[in-house]
Design a protein around this ligand. Sequence first.
Ligand code: DGL
Length: 271
Amino acid sequence: MEQSRPIGLFDSGIGGLTVLQEVRRLLPGESVLYFGDTAYVPYGSRSAAELVALGHRIIEFLVGMGVKYVIFACNTSSSISLGILRQRFRVPMVGLVEPGAAAAVRATRNGRVGLLATEATVRAGAYERAMKRMAPEVRVFSQAAPRLVPLVEAGQMGTPAAREAVAEYLAPLLDKGIDTLLLGCTHYPFLLPEILEVGGTGLKIVDPAAATVAAARGEMGRLSLLNNPSSGGPRYSFFVSGDPEAFAHGARTFLGFRPEVTRVYLPVKSF
Ligand code: DGL
């Protein structure tokens, strides 16, 4: 049955679990196949060519496993490789940028949005372009935060190092008078306590995950891909390119269960 096939989600590591959480909430009847490219994390310091090559083999793997739809649970890949990979594969795909940009321009009252993201996402400028197109009057201030993904992957949330890094990266954005902070990397919701502490209660936080999964649900509905809930409960399967134990450990607290994680070897063709 076409509709009972899983949705594919991928990220460089555990960040995409923040998107999986929204899939469980908004698409509770859907099974998911999650791929964490932990042998190549962090993506944020990689070139566009590397990101396309890494993404290509992941989509190939997901399609080979029979997914009916792909959600890019990674802003860096959404910003850089989604457009190219859409042209190479027939499977429908959605990324975080368009829904995230729309949510941010809806949220701001003073027209000043801060984007906290990886170096590659900031360099790509996809969020800025999308927001300019949607609301030309909105000013976007971007800040790359290269230390945050390694901190999250290492389970360092709640530590002084995490608080210091968040404070350092948010300071220039807060100086610009932003009223809305767009979390432009799926790892950052893991650092929400630190972000709220530094940003204060007046700052609106926009996580693109919910809007993205809502967009995926809409498109899957139009394509008649939504699962019929009577066909059994959802199944979640996890695959990584790096250490499965490390992923299972990092994912456990967040998911509320310890996932079974399988390592797969996906060769990279062009770098
Ligand atoms: N979580 C990904 C993102 O949303 C990738 C971060 C990284 O590996 O640098 O951008």
